[in-house]
Design a protein around this ligand. Structure first.
Ligand code: GLY
Length: 315
């Protein structure tokens, strides 16, 4: 039995490639790499890899994380520049005994020592968006009240392979106009991602500062350990984070995906619409829309027309 789930419709092509690999017996780790690389390499997706939107100094800084739910190998990179595929670096680091999580120039030096491809990740399109934002928001940019930041659409993938191994990976350029050096949830184990092959895996997208406050990915896997399936586990964790944060502060847009040990998909959101892609031995890659309606997440299939519109806005 294999199954795979990824955040946002941008991952559809990657999930198709990964699903074909899983069909041929590839590991969940290989599936995650292929699916995430596809998004990282696509210049049209402005929140991940090449074409990702820059920080306040017009530098693209990238975060990525990986966890193997069988061995509990973890690897992550934070605030790295000019690394073509940050998820590959995170996966490589997960095989080290120590120094599994590297930041900034240390991570870049490790990449160079290990032959990872470097690439200028700032596209002309991303530069145009940067200058447009400066123009429209110059006054607000110095305020740092949070209202300038677009929540990042992280690509997250959870996969179960035929050997019952579950893994999870994430990759993002983080918030547009973030402070240089800012790190979100995506490379943080337990917040942005978590996997345990005995129960399942979860990953998160949205405002990292909020996702971290609840260790949301760990919470979802813990809910699965308590016997909930992937959907029930996601719904419970989303209700809890929403209630907990709203009692104390404003809450941003948050969404999560999960897969359980039986290959069931799960998703929850506190937004009006969050897209994700799921495929399994029983189902070809399908785009779903999760919607928060009065605190509950409802899930429906997206139409082809919806996907065409989604892609046309990216292009
Ligand atoms: N969730 C991605 C970030 O906050 O950077």
């Amino acid at each position: 039995m294999w199954a795979i789930i990824g955040t946002w419709a941008m991952v559809k092509n990657g999930i198709e490639k990964a699903n074909n690999l899983l069909k041929e017996g590839a590991s969940s780790k290989e599936a995650i790499k292929i699916a995430i690389n596809d998004v990282e390499d696509n210049p049209y997706f402005k929140s991940v890899g090449y074409g990702g939107l820059p920080n306040k100094n017009m530098e693209v800084e990238l975060d990525a994380g990986f966890m193997d739910g069988d061995t509990f190998d973890i690897g992550a990179v934070m605030a790295v520049k000019n690394i073509k595929n940050p998820i590959d670096l995170a996966i490589k680091l997960s095989k080290e005994n120590y120094n599994n999580i590297l930041a900034g120039i240390g991570a870049e030096a490790y990449a160079d020592q290990n032959g990872f491809e470097r690439c200028n990740m700032l596209t002309d399109r991303a530069k145009d968006k940067y200058f447009a934002r400066l123009k429209e928001d110059r006054a607000k940019l110095s305020a740092y009240d949070g209202s300038d930041y677009d929540a990042a659409d992280t690509v997250c993938v959870c996969a179960l392979d035929d050997s019952n191994n579950i893994s999870v990976g994430t990759s993002t350029s983080g918030l547009f106009m973030k402070h240089p050096g800012r790190v979100g949830d995506s490379p943080l184990v337990g917040s942005g991602f978590y996997a345990n092959s005995e129960y399942g895996a979860c990953a998160a997208t949205g405002m990292g500062e909020d996702l971290m406050r609840h260790l949301i990915s760990y919470e979802v896997v813990r809910n699965m350990k308590d016997g909930l399936n992937a959907q029930e586990a996601c719904q419970k964790a989303m209700e809890e984070i929403d209630k907990k944060l709203k009692a104390k502060r404003e809450i941003s847009d948050l969404s999560i995906i999960a897969i359980d040990k039986n290959g069931n998909m799960g998703a929850a959101t506190n937004t009006k619409e969050f897209s994700f892609v799921y495929a399994s031995e029983k189902e070809s890659p399908t785009i779903y829309l999760a919607k928060n309606i009065e605190g509950m997440t409802t899930i429906e299939k997206a139409s082809e027309k919806w996907f065409e519109e989604y892609m046309s806005t990216r292009r």
